[in-house]
Design a protein around this ligand. Structure first.
Ligand code: HEM
Length: 132
């Protein structure tokens, strides 16, 4: 493999340690900050499985190991089971944005690209209007 092929976003941000740091910060915020109470409430009491799941998903999504995708799941379909309105999607994006911002070792341009793409994905998961 040459140097260009190896330069995935996953490698560029620092691989597994950085992905884990983002995901752990994200769920720590959701557990600890009342601003995310609505989002916390739709998660199971034990956040350990979802910490693991989101870490494995983001790793594959950024060009790292693809074990999460090899299970055959679809991240958009699995969220159809949850009633997601704009407020909930905004809570998710806000917590993720903060978790990314809280990583001093993360290069600013990559951090910005991640925030943009993940906010876009969260918006795509909205399946309920606030007026319903
Ligand atoms: C739009 C707002 C979102 C809401 C309300 C939401 C909610 C949830 C909930 C309730 C779970 C299950 C947790 C549990 O059983 O405790 C979950 C799991 C998960 N979510 Fe989200 N989510 C959102 C956005 C996203 C986005 C944008 C991504 C991807 C970047 C994502 C990736 C995942 C993954 C990978 C899992 C674990 C699935 C597994 O490994 O089985 N979520 N989410």
């Amino acid at each position: 493999m040459n140097a260009t092929a190896a330069a995935t976003p996953y490698a560029m941000i620092g691989g597994e340690p950085m992905v884990s740091a983002i995901v752990n910060r994200f769920y720590d915020l959701i557990e600890g900050d009342p601003a995310y109470a609505k989002l916390r409430a739709i998660h199971a009491a034990d956040l350990a499985p979802v910490r693991h799941g989101l870490t494995r998903f983001l790793s594959g999504w950024m060009g790292g190991p693809r074990d999460w995708f090899e299970r055959g799941g679809c991240v958009m379909s699995l969220h159809r089971a949850f009633p997601i309105d704009r407020e909930l999607a905004d809570e998710w994006s806000d917590a993720m944005g903060r978790a990314i911002n809280d990583q001093p070792g993360l290069e600013a341009h990559l951090a910005e690209k991640m925030r943009e793409a993940l906010t876009h994905m969260a918006k795509g998961m909205i399946n309920l209007s606030l007026a319903d």
